[in-house]
Each structure stands twice: as structure tokens, then as C-alpha cells.
Design a protein around this ligand. Structure first.
Ligand code: ADP
Ligand code: MG
Length: 216
């Protein structure tokens, strides 16, 4: 990609379209985001249509820049309508034994283990986010969030979560509450997240779109 800066503030569909046109390929799908791998294989671009939580993870990576257990972040910017684009070093899935080992180290939090510094900072950011971000979920201890770089160094990713099930339940039952919680320009693409694309029936999609349109 000649310039990630050119993608800043684009609607997520346009940003993803440019990545596709430049030879990037989908390599990961989460609950919120679609992750695209660069043609040379060294980077990924995480494209999220509606993003309440990932900026806190990016902030963690910034505060502990160069930490061996966190990925390198090459670019991060908002996308139009409330999405987010984050460019990271490419990571591979960790073996399950490796991932479990990292989860155990996190729980043990030994003072001389570098993971303890990540845990302390993550807990601080979690507490700040819980006070500021609507529908904040917390720290995600899923071993699936342990990956490794090409050199084999274990990395923690996507450490925080927003209460997605709750957001979409409330959107259907009490859309005014979602309207109060997220500014309109932060939730234009609330119905485009990856989990809905994967798991909603056509009727559920229609109901969510109607609810979102009622507060647009
Ligand atoms: N740096 C990365 N390198 C390669 N794949 C990644 C990277 N980050 C995430 N992925 C893949 O993309 C998926 C979704 O990314 P994630 O950030 O977890 O999104 P979500 O917040 O939607 O869960 C992950 O489960 C993983 O498979
Ligand atoms: Mg994830």
C-alpha cells in the first residue's frame, strides 16, 4: 500500500476495496473486524466497520512499544462512520500448548516475567476504559488471542472486548439507548461487523438494519 494515510477516514468498505485492489488478501475474520494480509506477507490491515474497543489495545501497544509480547503497530486511524484501520506486523496462530502457556504466565504474573508488565498496563487501561467507553466488556483471556511472529516470538493480540451481544440486543430492544451511548458518526456501520455477516439470519439482519436506521 503506497500510503496508509490515504485510507484515513475513508468508509470501511472503501478502505477494504483499496486493499483488495492492491493485492491484499483476507487472512482473518473476528467478531468485529476483517483482517487483510499484505501482498509481501509482512503486514496485516485490520478493518473494523464499528469499533468500540480496539483503540485501547492500540494504546497498550503504544505505551509498551517494543515489548516482546506485543505486536508492532505500523499505522492506526479512524475510518469514516466509526470504523478503525490498524496495520500490524503479520502474526501466525500459536500452537495451543504455547497459547495455554501464555495464559498461565498471565495468571501467575511473576514479577520477573515480562508478561506482568503487559498485564499491569492492560489492567490500568481496562479500568480507564470501563469508566469511559459504553458497553465496555473487559480483558479477554481467550488463548486464541495468543499468536506468534515469523521469528516465533509469542504475541498477545486483541486483549480487550466490547460487550457485543449486549450492544445488538439493546439495539433491537431499546435503540434509543444505543443512540445515547454512541454518537451517530461513530455507529454508521454498526450492522456491518463480521459476526453479524457470519451468523445472522436475513430476518435478523433486516431487524437490526431497521433499528439502526431508526436512530441514524
Ligand atoms: N497481526 C495479525 N496477523 C495475522 N492475523 C491476525 C492478526 N491480528 C488478527 N489476526 C487474525 O484476524 C482475526 C480477527 O482479528 P481480531 O483483531 O481478533 O478481530 P476481532 O476484534 O474482530 O476479534 C484473529 O482471530 C486472527 O485470526
Ligand atoms: Mg478477536
Amino acid at each position: 500500500m503506497s500510503s496508509f494515510e490515504a485510507l484515513r477516514d475513508l468508509p470501511h468498505r472503501e478502505a477494504a476495496g483499496r486493499l483488495l485492489a492492491e493485492g491484499w488478501n483476507v487472512c482473518g475474520i473476528g467478531d468485529w473486524a476483517t483482517v487483510w494480509r499484505s501482498p509481501d506477507g509482512t503486514q496485516v490491515a485490520r478493518v473494523s466497520p464499528f469499533e468500540p474497543a480496539y483503540e485501547v489495545f492500540v494504546e497498550l501497544c503504544r505505551r509498551l512499544e517494543g515489548h516482546s509480547l506485543l505486536p508492532r503497530v505500523d499505522f492506526d486511524a479512524p475510518l469514516g462512520g466509526g470504523g478503525r484501520l490498524t496495520v500490524l506486523e503479520f502474526l501466525l496462530p500459536a500452537e495451543s500448548a504455547e497459547a495455554d502457556g501464555v495464559v498461565e504466565r498471565w495468571a501467575a504474573a511473576l514479577p520477573d516475567d515480562p508478561i506482568t508488565q503487559v498485564r499491569r498496563m492492560a489492567e490500568q487501561l481496562d479500568a480507564e476504559a470501563a469508566a469511559q467507553i459504553p458497553f465496555w466488556g473487559g480483558l479477554d483471556h481467550n488463548p486464541g488471542n495468543v499468536m506468534k511472529n515469523v521469528a516465533g516470538e509469542l504475541k498477545l493480540v486483541d486483549l480487550f472486548y466490547a460487550a457485543g451481544l449486549e450492544i445488538y440486543r439493546v439495539l433491537l430492544e431499546d435503540p434509543a439507548k444505543i443512540a445515547e451511548s454512541f454518537a451517530p458518526e461513530r455507529r454508521e456501520h454498526i450492522c456491518d461487523i463480521a459476526a453479524l455477516a457470519r451468523m445472522s439470519s436475513p430476518d435478523e439482519m433486516a431487524a437490526l438494519r431497521t433499528a439502526a436506521a431508526s436512530i441514524a
